[in-house]
Write a protein that binds this ligand. Structure first.
Ligand code: PLP
Length: 424
């Protein structure tokens, strides 16, 4: 089945007389007839549901669908994108370990890495993702366990060279984890370029309607945990599951099973069935929405380029963008719906512009179906110092403009009238 078909049919397939639409199984627990059956579930010897913190049928359908869309062997939904990033690393890292991350990443992830992971003893080195392989090589240490980056960075809109980083990571026998939130698997499937694990904030384009906070981790099944000497926990018996060995028991799905069996069990940031239902509704229309986002955003970006009031427009789909070559390689169908731009006059002009918009609304969100706008320096990235801001690819006057599915001419007219007010 092709992508569009998978969006509608992967995961849930009703049998004779069953609901056509994926049902919401609003139950924390499941009934069994024998203690033996429950024992097998607890020992991970048989598949099945026993408690919705670990797995729930509705969430499971959505996990199967997203795994199919990314081309992976399995997925784990989480309560938020933050939880997905955290669990994706904690499944393979412990205190004393080290991670390499692109510096242009979402502010929340930057905080998680720079502050919270540090507190639990995991150190993250931030690298300039545009640096040469030779330069990036220097960041690796004997205790490095993973490399992390965003396909399209929020909000710098830098495109991540997945292949370059996959080669480096694999040379050091560690996996590459890619946050594919802004691209979605419709525009880019990172596994095809060598990424091993993908995470998403499903809150953004996958849900797409601004109804539900959620996240997901997808496992490509391609990383060979057993042949790297860095991931002992995959090949030695897990005492918390009666001596089970992940690579032996689950083969290609070792990582995603471990993420669920250990991390979701212990941390409990599970997705609920209602949330999964809403995310599924979004997934059903993902391809047509993404096409329109890309089309609208390119029109808006081209309009912004014609305006003297605007200092810089960052959209990887623009031919003169420094990210254009990478976008041609990784984002063949389009460069997604977000544009970052700086107005002449810095912070004040940016704020006045946002306050003057009528159609586009000020929201702490991105990838909404409606056009929305945000000033990162005073919101999502507020806690960062100016130096950290610049490292994340953000200037104080940067506006993050998330183009919606309205008529592009209406969005452009709104921007034009706001610009008139700022520079009146
Ligand atoms: C929003 C976002 C996150 C965090 O996801 P939440 O669902 O808000 O927890 C992570 N990565 C990127 C790229 C994001 O845009």
């Amino acid at each position: 089945m092709d992508f569009e078909t998978l969006c509608l049919h992967a995961g849930y397939t009703p049998k004779n007389g069953e609901p056509r639409v994926m049902p919401i199984v609003q139950s924390t627990t499941f009934k069994y007839e024998s203690t033996r059956a429950v024992q097998q579930l607890f020992d991970l010897e048989a598949p099945g549901f026993f408690y919705s913190r670990l797995a729930n049928p509705t969430v499971d359908y959505v996990e199967q669908k997203i795994a199919a869309l990314e081309g992976g062997v399995g997925a784990l939904c989480t309560s938020s994108g933050q939880a997905a990033s955290f669990i994706s690393l904690l499944t393979i890292c412990k205190a004393g370990d080290h991670v390499i991350s692109a510096s242009s990443i979402y502010g929340g992830t930057f905080n998680l890495f720079a502050v919270t992971l540090k507190r639990v003893g995991i150190e993250v080195t931030f690298v300039d993702e545009k640096a040469s392989p030779e330069e990036l090589e220097k960041a690796f240490r004997p205790n490095t366990k993973a490399v992390f980056g965003e396909t399209i960075a929020n909000p710098s809109m830098d495109v991540f060279d997945i292949e370059k980083f996959a080669k480096l990571a694999h040379a050091h026998k560690v996996p590459l984890i890619v946050d594919n939130t802004f691209a979605t698997p419709y525009l880019c499937r990172p596994f095809e370029f060598g990424a091993d694990i993908v995470v998403h904030s499903t809150t953004k384009y996958l849900d797409g309607h601004a109804t539900t906070v959620g996240g997901v981790i997808v496992d490509s099944g391609n990383f060979d945990w057993a042949s790297s000497d860095k991931f002992e926990e995959f090949v030695v018996p897990d005492d918390s599951y009666h001596g089970l060995i992940y690579t032996k028991a689950f083969g290609k799905a070792a990582y995603i099973v471990k993420a669920r069996a250990q991390m979701m069990r212990d941390l409990g940031c599970a997705q609920g069935p209602q949330a999964a239902f809403y995310i599924n509704l979004g997934l059903e229309t993902l391809p047509i929405r993404m096409d329109r986002y890309c089309e609208n955003a390119l029109k808006v970006a081209k309009f912004l380029k014609t305006r003297d009031e605007i200092e810089e427009v960052r959209y990887p789909g623009l031919e003169d963008s420094p990210n254009y070559a990478l976008a041609q390689k990784y984002l063949k169908k389009g460069a997604s719906g977000v544009i970052s731009f700086s107005l002449k006059g810095g912070r004040d002009a940016g704020a006045k512009f946002i306050d003057s918009l009528k159609l586009a609304t000020l929201q702490v969100h991105v990838a909404d179906i409606r056009t929305c706008v945000l000033h990162p320096a005073s919101s999502t990235h507020r806690q960062l110092t100016d130096k950290q801001l610049v490292e994340c690819g953000i200037t104080p006057g940067l506006v993050r403009f998330s183009v919606g599915l309205e008529n592009a001419e209406d969005i452009i007219a709104d921007i034009a009238q706001a610009l008139e007010k700022v520079y009146a």
